[in-house]
Design a protein around this ligand. Structure first.
Ligand code: 2IT
Length: 450
């Protein structure tokens, strides 16, 4: 390991020992950069890595809201404006009980490189709150979102920082947040948020974009291996927005998700989640109760394995973890490696612990693709939404989908080329880190210190 890279990792470990997720992502990204820093002494001379692991700005704010019984609650809101050197800060808001600075920072750091990979001018940011949306009424969610935006609106804007959704923040929440922004500012600036409804500046294909993009990326990996997607069987975890997009696009391209896991266990549907009826059932099931996927097995008469994950099943061609961070730990990774399945395509942000990821990468029979490249189509289409908003135009679904496909091809290509350039072969994990890093590094060097 390059000594400068190691020293920065050590600094972060010492300084952020209470934020293990942030330490994990920094270690994952920086450990790919050793050959780059060896070759480019100017990065060390400018102390670029220490500058990159320190958010440009990060703040908290109180979010007070009243429940339906008239009781007050106080939550912590966060926004991390991590790196703005290639464009306005861009990244989602996560509303989940477990949100704390380590989660916001890990997501913000990943977002810098992911956004750079899209090839579009967006910097890295992330935000959210420890608000728990589970069991809240629509009115409670609306009051929470209004209070959240009242605290945040001065610090964001179409050329400043453009939040979007993440876990716990979907189209409904973005609507409430945008309504409050507009009321407070008295302007029509719909480029301030992405993931909006179609009636006020949302982009077609944005809800599907992360899942669709992941499947387009998968197609590129298969192409590289002289293989095709047709007839492939896929096991995923998660059946949220992203998992649903994967199911839909896989079905359109003649593949099928045959296993999916939720919080209560996993489903095995050998026919695949490929019909409109099944896809719609999943949407309904999730809206009614996001914690249980068992009703799918009851409805369609297939197997449900309680309390288990589907990592290690053998009758699939591809694994795509699409639930949440650290879903695949060493124990699951060993089962995955032993299954003989070749393709491990990460989708959720940091779904694999570092030891498990390195173990999978070291398997000669396997190909591993990293989430920051695979899931970049989501934020990529958010950037296309910003472009449509500034043009005051709406593009057709076909136009957006075609651009998304092109974007994913490009992300795969630049990642593969970056790895090749440093003699690493077809290493998509290192390649994504290197390609994303170099773009941001160049912009930071060009702009001097601030
Ligand atoms: O993790 C992600 O890239 C997102 N949650 C989407 C961010 C965005 O700005 O669309």
């Amino acid at each position: 390991m390059n000594a400068y890279v190691q020293s920065v990792i050590d600094n972060v470990k010492a300084k952020h020992s209470s934020e293990p997720e942030f330490v994990q992502t920094v270690e994952e990204v920086l450990s790919s950069l050793s050959p780059v820093v060896d070759k480019h002494p100017e990065y060390e001379a400018a102390d670029l890595l220490n500058r990159m692991v320190e958010p440009e700005r990060m703040f908290t704010f109180s979010v007070v809201w009243m429940d339906d019984q008239g009781k007050y609650h106080t939550q912590t809101g966060y926004r991390c404006q991590f790196n703005g050197s290639i464009g306005p800060y861009k990244g989602g808001l996560r509303f989940q009980k477990n949100v704390y600075p380590g989660i916001i920072k890990f997501l913000g750091f990943e977002q810098i490189f992911k956004n750079a990979l899209t090839g579009l001018p967006i910097g890295g940011g992330k935000g959210g709150s420890d608000f728990d949306p589970a069991g809240k009424s629509a009115a409670e969610v609306m009051r929470f979102c209004q209070s959240f935006m009242t605290a945040l609106y001065r610090y964001i804007g179409p050329d400043v920082d453009v939040p979007a959704g993440d876990m716990g923040v979907g189209g409904r929440e973005i609507g409430y947040l945008f309504g409050q922004y507009r009321r407070l500012k008295g302007v029509w600036e719909n480029g301030v948020l992405t993931g909006k409804g179609l009636s006020y500046g949302g982009s077609l294909i944005r809800p599907e974009a992360t899942g669709y993009g992941a499947v387009y990326y998968l197609e590129e990996v298969l192409k590289h291996e002289h293989d095709t997607i047709e007839g492939k069987k896929i096991a995923i975890s998660g059946y949220g927005n992203v998992g649903w997009g994967i199911m839909k696009k896989a079905a359109q391209l003649g593949a099928a998700v045959t296993y999916f896991a939720g919080p209560d266990g996993y489903i095995h549907d050998p026919d695949g989640v490929i019909t409109e009826e099944k896809l719609n059932f999943i949407l309904d099931m999730r809206a009614k109760d996001p914690m249980h996927c068992k009703p799918y097995a009851e409805k369609f008469g297939c197997e449900f394995v309680e309390g288990q994950k589907c990592w290690g099943v053998k009758d699939v061609d591809i694994y795509m973890p699409a639930a949440t961070q650290n879903d695949v730990k060493m124990e699951s990774a060993q089962k995955i490696a032993a299954s003989g399945v070749k393709y491990y395509i990460e989708v959720a942000n940091m779904p694999t612990t570092n030891d498990a990821l390195n173990f999978l990468r070291s398997q000669k029979h396997m190909l591993v693709a990293p989430s920051k490249a695979v899931n970049a189509g989501g934020v990529g289409v958010s950037a296309l939404e910003m472009a449509q908003n500034s043009e005051r135009l709406v593009w057709t679904a076909e136009e957006v989908d075609a651009q998304l496909k092109k974007m994913m091809e490009n992300i795969h290509r630049v990642s593969a080329e970056a790895a090749e350039e440093y003699g690493l072969g077809y290493d998509l994990v290192a390649g994504a880190n290197i390609a994303g890093f170099k773009k941001v590094a160049e912009a930071m060097l060009a702009q001097g210190i601030f």
